[in-house]
Design a protein around this ligand. Structure first.
Ligand code: NAD
Length: 293
């Protein structure tokens, strides 16, 4: 079993660290927020008074932080203390540029590194069923895989440094666009007097099918587990979808990719958030289209 330092024990990091403890690892944790650190202690994470205390003697360090700037700050501290050959894994969703910079910092400190953002949300973090999309060397991936398996059910090596972040933002851009498309389909169906169930029965088994309709239908009824049946309680909060769409647009701009629907989706989710919906599930955006109509 490994000695692991876990930096950032919030909504995602807390349950992920708890699953590492359950798998028998020795987990030292650090978070800037004292109540968050205290909550992690309840699940068997040993609290550290600062990041370097957690990292000292760790074989593996995992970070799960809000944005690129937090990761670069934390990794600066981590890499000052980490022994050579320590594997440092960032599971946060951040911009590809910061991710690649973090890999370079790790290389300069003679540490192994992996970007390994996740999909599956807080439910997947608690259940240990996350999907990890990883970027980094084959050596770093091989060393990380058994550790990530304690927190997830699918671990994909996407390529070199930053490839995990690239896969995450491309996937979530597709999701943001497809959810808007599905919502528009249901709003049009309502105007045409077509029932939700009838549209679902047809589209979910024909060429309109996609995850946004088949597994996460934005109207109550057809898919009983979707947030639409639960007052649009997240699930996946609209603010996080907006964050990922913005990251996709930054990456599109930097790389010269043309993503007009991604840009439109980012604008629509920005408006939805501005209207006070950032904390609701992202599929609630259907209400904005109904109101617009
Ligand atoms: P969160 O805000 O609940 O947790 C982040 C934690 O990091 C906070 O507790 C904060 O105090 C801590 N922190 C910030 N800077 C720090 C530092 N320098 N050292 C130590 N601790 C520090 O956020 P979250 O929902 O857990 O999300 C974490 C990451 O996971 C984000 O990048 C997010 O985009 C991604 N993500 C979230 C979800 C989700 O459903 N919540 C799903 C997939 C991916």
């Amino acid at each position: 079993m490994a000695r692991i330092a876990f930096i950032g024990l919030g909504n995602m990091g807390g349950p992920m660290a708890a699953n590492l403890v359950k798998a028998g690892h020795d987990v030292l944790g650090f978070d800037l927020a004292a109540p968050v650190l205290k909550a992690a202690e309840q699940s068997g994470v040993k609290p550290a008074s600062h990041a370097s205390q957690a990292v000292k003697d760790a074989e593996i360090v995992i970070s799960m932080l809000p944005q690129g700037r937090h990761v670069l700050t934390a990794w600066t501290d981590i890499l000052q203390t980490a022994a050579q050959d320590t594997l440092v894994i960032d599971c946060s969703t951040i911009d590809v540029e910061s991710s690649r910079k973090a890999h370079e910092m790790a290389k300069a400190a003679s540490c192994l590194s992996l970007d390994a953002p996740v999909s599956g949300g807080t439910g997947g973090a608690s259940a240990g069923t996350l999907t990890f999309m990883a970027g980094g060397s084959a050596e770093a991936f091989a060393k990380a895989k058994p550790i990530l398996e304690a927190m997830g059910k699918k671990i994909v090596h996407c390529g070199e440094a930053g490839a995990g972040q690239a896969a995450k933002i491309c996937n979530n851009m597709i999701l943001g666009i497809s959810m808007i498309g599905v919502c528009e389909g249901f709003v049009l169906a309502e105007k045409l007097g077509l029932s939700h169930q009838a549209l679902f029965d047809v589209a979910s088994t024909s060429s309109g099918q996609c995850w946004a309709i088949n597994s996460y239908c934005p109207v109550p009824g057809p898919v009983p587990t979707s947030p639409a049946n639960n007052g649009y309680k997240p699930g996946f909060a609209a603010a996080l979808m907006l964050k990922d769409l913005r990251l996709s647009q930054e990456a599109a701009l930097a790389s010269g990719a043309s993503t007009p629907l991604g840009a439109e989706a980012a604008q629509l989710f920005a408006l939805f958030e501005k209207l006070g919906n950032g904390g609701r599930d992202f599929s609630a955006i259907i209400e904005m289209f109904r109101e617009k109509a």
